[in-house]
Design a protein around this ligand. Structure first.
Ligand code: PHB
Length: 395
């Protein structure tokens, strides 16, 4: 026990020393490029996330002058293949050797979690563009997120299901952080609306085999199957859902928008018709600002359609650029303060509807933009009541 503590202390000291040296030489680099470290899964199971975010970051840079305070902005892309130990090692190298002012990317939750101590120790802002477990932003005071959280999506589809004649559901999620969030928040909200969860099933994150769980779903005969799988697994899942005849058996497929991922939509076939998901982004959203984004993204990438990961990357780059403009290229605490001072894109507080675009923090401000409120009683994710049983707004 004693030995372990000592070793851990030593490791921490080595880490601090490394970052200390990085700090000393930082001023010498003040005339060189401003470097941003982008750690993404460019290969392996989550490669579509890396491809989308990399393309979005490049698009943002092409559309915005990559020079700040007379210095060129340089993005260094590293492939972690979604292996958390790799993510952490690459992030450390980027901070210590390349002296990046910000870390960004992070395709899956375990990669973001593994890197959090690096951000904290080196005081480097870390912009999470993809990973979506709700607790990630608590792992370091230097973490900001421009993706989303699973509860945001899962609560939305649970509300929809309860109001659309779905009474019995089986849940199926990838067995790790975002899956736990999706399962819990879906079930809590569905039960609150008098729904019934017959069974809670999970598949491994790596190389999931859907056959055994799909058989269990068939046997349970639910009205619907609720699914969360990380971006990149949706098409394979839908194929097996149809092959095993679950659609023909009258089991509706609902989920978070991760399974109707715009990157894979064209590969899904007819089984995707009639699937209902809730999410913060769809490439088909009709707003002018989105159509302009989709068009530019497709043009720059051989017709590739952007998915929600691309948007997290594009917005993340905007957060970093805006803040670097304020600090004139400086990193550390100043950069973090500049990011937080203008929380336009952090944790998705902007809502766009035909009635306008508004900063919706606190989240009940969203009600100002809705033609029709949800029937009461209606509570926030935290449980705080915002519409009472008689339909009156109380917050
Ligand atoms: C995550 O690991 O946090 C994650 C990955 C892909 C998603 C959603 C969440 O689509």
């Amino acid at each position: 026990m004693h030995k372990r503590t000592t070793l851990r202390g030593l490791a921490a000291a080595t880490l601090t020393l490394g970052f200390g040296l990085a700090g000393q030489t930082a001023s010498a680099a003040d005339t060189g490029p401003i470097k941003i470290g982008l750690v993404l899964p460019m290969t392996g199971q989550q490669a579509s996330t890396g491809r989308q975010i990399d393309a979005a970051v490049k698009l943002y840079m092409a559309q915005n002058n990559p020079v700040i305070a007379g210095r060129k902005v340089e993005v260094i892309v590293k492939d972690d293949a979604s292996t958390p130990d790799q993510t952490r090692r690459l992030a450390q190298e980027l901070v210590v050797n390349d002296k990046v002012v910000a870390l960004a990317g992070f395709g899956i939750t375990p990669s973001a979690m593994a890197t959090a101590p690096i951000a904290t120790q080196s005081k480097t802002p870390m912009v999470v563009m993809a990973a979506a477990t709700s607790s990630i932003t608590e792992a370091s005071p230097y973490i900001l997120r421009t993706s989303f959280t699973l509860p945001q999506a899962a609560v939305g589809i649970a509300e929809w299901a309860a109001k659309n004649g779905i009474k019995k559901v089986v849940t199926l999620v990838a067995d790790y952080g975002p899956g736990n969030d999706a399962e819990k928040y879906f079930a809590d909200r569905f039960l609150l609306n008098s729904g019934q969860v017959l069974e809670k099933l999970r598949t491994p994150l790596r190389s999931p085999d859907f056959a055994p769980v799909l058989q269990k779903v068939r046997d349970a005969k639910p009205d619907a199957l609720f699914v969360f799988l990380p971006s990149g697994q949706g098409a394979q899942f839908m194929k097996q859902f149809a092959e095993r005849g679950l659609d023909k058996a009258g089991i509706r497929l609902i989920g978070t928008g991760d399974i109707t991922d715009d990157d894979q939509l064209n590969d899904m076939g007819d089984v995707a018709l009639g699937v209902v998901t809730a999410h913060h982004y769809a490439a088909s959203h009709k707003s002018a600002v989105n159509q302009k984004f989709v068009e530019a993204f497709k043009k720059a990438n051989n017709g590739m359609r952007p998915n929600f990961m691309a948007v997290g990357g594009y917005d993340g780059m905007r957060v970093i650029y805006n803040a670097l403009n304020t600090t004139k290229g400086a990193g550390g605490e100043a950069l973090l303060a500049a990011m937080v001072a203008h929380p336009v894109l952090v944790n998705r507080p902007i809502v766009a509807t035909p009635r306008g675009v508004r900063l919706c923090r606190p989240s009940e401000r969203t009600l100002d933009l809705l033609d029709k409120w949800p029937p009461g009683p209606f509570a926030k994710e935290s449980g705080e009541l915002i519409i009472d049983a008689s339909g009156q707004r109380v917050a």
